[in-house]
Design a protein around this ligand. Structure first.
Ligand code: NAD
Length: 373
């Protein structure tokens, strides 16, 4: 099977591509604009594979999307490209509207026209898999319940509102035109190659450098955490065995308050990074409470019973085992996050600096290797 993956240079998209290339016979065409969140160095493990092709394209560019569909003749598309950071959406929402809503619309139009033109067998097997978030359901507040596939939509932030809009568009293209779609709504992910502005990598890296560990409000907000490699396996399970038109919730059964997450990271760091910066007695002393984010949801929690019962997927990692792997990865891969934090990766991508310290492999991927599959 040949898959188009959008947003494949992002955190989850790169985990998905690594999973597919390393565990299946399928090939992948990665369409990514390379915004600040896209990082081709997260794909270093697969870049030499004959089954992998990169196209630096904006999903808002319908002509380029048409060209890629025509040239590549994909069997399915997995759509992850998005603006994904809630704080950024509060500061400025236009990129969120453009990519998450307008971009998804372009992709639906191009995929639908392509699908309609296919011969019967290929048409029958084609899938459009839209990857979304549990944040579309809004806030569970004090309720002890869980989000199910039937929960109503009540997004709180500009980010989640644009994701909700894109979910509605995808369902409408199924209902109106018959496009064979699948939707997944997933809880918070964490793991290797996570951009350091997100909570877990931010806390790990700040702690290693002896910087403050910010926690919004009193840290009592609850999130349901899923290890990114469990998510990648779930997505592949859905695209290969999910029922057309259905939605599947994906979650890790790991509800934690943000404060619990910080304390868990600090306690693991005491073990894995005992040589602390001079100003640090205990990592936990670095925890600092900051003003809460506006409209901050209190609790998200996923009921993942449907994907477990119907498709046989369950997460492998517990929060503790996944967090241990994540911390070990950040400790042993400083070259990845240091180049993100000091901006050298972005500058090289834009061609503004020399690339003396890059080895041949990094040079090749940052230039965006194109190969015919
Ligand atoms: P990310 O921000 O790490 O990556 C997004 C990728 O999309 C980047 O590589 C970026 O360059 C690319 N992109 C952005 N705009 C683009 C455009 N106009 N055209 C082409 N590419 C573009 O995001 P992520 O955390 O990997 O999330 C991937 C998807 O999963 C998103 O749709 C997100 O809503 C969803 N999701 C994320 C989480 C989470 O915890 N991170 C949880 C549930 C669902």
């Amino acid at each position: 099977m040949k898959l188009i993956v959008t947003g494949g240079a992002g955190f989850i998209g790169s985990a998905l591509i690594r999973y597919i290339i390393e565990n299946t016979n399928d090939s992948v065409v990665n369409i990514d604009k390379l915004t600040y969140a896209g990082n081709l160095e997260s794909l270093i493990e697969v870049v030499d594979s004959d089954k992998y092709l990169f196209e630096r394209v904006d999903i808002c560019d319908a002509e380029e999307l048409k060209r890629i569909f025509k040239q590549q003749q994909p069997d399915a598309i997995m759509h992850l490209a998005a603006e994904s950071h809630v704080d950024r959406s509060i500061d400025s929402s236009s990129d969120f509207i453009n990519t998450n809503i307008v971009g998804t619309h372009h992709l639906l139009e191009v995929a639908n026209a392509y699908w309609m033109s296919l011969p019967p067998e290929k048409k029958n097997n084609f899938r459009f898999h839209h990857i979304s978030t549990d944040e579309v359901f809004g806030d569970l507040g004090d309720s002890p319940g869980f989000f199910t596939e039937k929960s109503s939509y009540a997004p709180s932030s500009p980010y989640s509102a644009t994701k909700a809009a894109s979910d509605h568009l995808v369902r409408a293209w199924h209902r109106t035109y018959g496009l064979p779609i699948l939707i997944t709504n997933c809880s918070n992910n964490y793991g290797p190659y996570h951009f350091p502005e997100k909570l877990i990598p931010l806390v790990i890296l700040n702690a290693l450098e002896g910087k403050k560990l910010p926690v919004y409000g009193d840290g009592s907000q609850i999130r349901d955490w899923l290890y990114v490699e469990d998510h990648a396996r779930a997505l592949y399970t859905v695209i290969t065995t999910g029922k057309v038109g259905e939605t599947y919730n994906i979650g890790g059964h790991n509800e934690k308050t943000n404060l619990e997450v910080l304390k868990c990271i600090c306690s693991l760091l005491e073990k894995f990074a005992p040589n602390k910066p001079e100003n640090v007695g205990h990592y936990e002393d670095l925890i600092t409470f900051v003003d809460d984010r506006p409209g901050h949801d209190v609790r998200y929690a996923i009921d993942a019973g449907k994907i477990e019962k119907e498709l046989g997927w369950t997460p492998i990692e517990s929060f503790e085992s996944g967090l241990k792997k994540t911390i070990e990865w950040y400790i042993t891969n400083p070259q990845w996050w240091k180049r993100v934090l000091d901006g050298s990766y972005s500058r090289e991508r834009l061609g503004n600096t020399n690339s003396q310290h890059m080895d041949q492999k990094l040079k090749k991927i940052t230039e965006g290797t194109k190969r015919v599959l």
